[in-house]
Design a protein around this ligand. Structure first.
Ligand SMILES: Cc1cc2nc3c(=O)[nH]c(=O)nc-3n(C[C@H](O)[C@H](O)[C@H](O)COP(=O)(O)OP(=O)(O)OC[C@H]3O[C@@H](n4cnc5c(N)ncnc54)[C@H](O)[C@@H]3O)c2cc1C
Length: 166
């Protein structure tokens, strides 16, 4: 069996498992801004709220990683702030389509335990890959030498399969 759960769920099933205890939030804002036929653009911003802005014909999405300072703010406040930044970027990069002053309808998605909290310094210890004879662990958090991303998730799955095979 391969158990590929978030740390807190894995720890519920295997109570002695060492799991991360601190997490970092990610904020996503999705604006319903329709601009059919316009090209897809991906913009990185510095010094504000929005970090990555994905402009698609069907909408505009914003990602804010390590969003500690904004995760508790009102969604409407965050949307207004990010939209101002997006409009400024749209002007600067001559992004196609209309960019009205008022923000389009926006959905904020706040994920408080998006990733284990990565800090500078020693890599935290990894949990045992195969804590039971017939069970291996997978999941981004089981490879703490890498950031908790898709790459870590895939590599951890491969490691889990190898651990059960060998
Ligand atoms: C908002 C956000 C943005 C991200 N952006 C990026 C990015 O741009 N690039 C990137 O590489 N990575 C990104 N990541 C990280 C990436 O999503 C993760 O690294 C990856 O999904 C981890 O895969 P996983 O299989 O370890 O865990 P997960 O994808 O979390 O899968 C665990 C699964 O277990 C299920 N589960 C939980 N509890 C139980 C239970 N009790 N019983 C059964 N099932 C259960 C969950 O529903 C989930 O489907 C982002 C993460 C978040 C939250």
């Amino acid at each position: 069996m391969v158990l590929a759960l978030p740390p807190w769920s894995a720890a519920r099933l295997l109570p002695d498992l060492p799991v991360p205890t601190r997490y970092a939030p990610i904020l996503n804002l999705h604006f319903a801004r329709e601009a059919p036929g316009t090209p897809v653009r991906f913009v990185g911003l510095l010094g504000g709220l929005a970090q990555w802005v994905l402009v698609r014909p069907s909408g505009v999405s914003v990602t804010v990683s390590a969003a500690d300072e904004s995760i508790d703010a009102e969604s409407e406040t965050l949307a207004a702030r990010a939209w101002d930044e997006i409009r400024a970027a749209a002007r600067a990069f001559a992004l196609a389509g209309e960019w009205p002053e008022a923000p389009p309808p926006c959905r904020a998605v706040k994920e408080r335990r998006a990733t284990p909290r990565h800090i500078a310094g020693a890599t935290p210890p990894a949990p045992p890959r195969r804590p039971l004879a017939n069970l291996a662990l997978a999941g981004d958090w089981t490879l703490p030498a890498l950031p908790a991303t898709i790459e870590a998730a895939i590599r951890s799955g491969e490691a889990a399969a190898r651990a059960l095979r060998d």
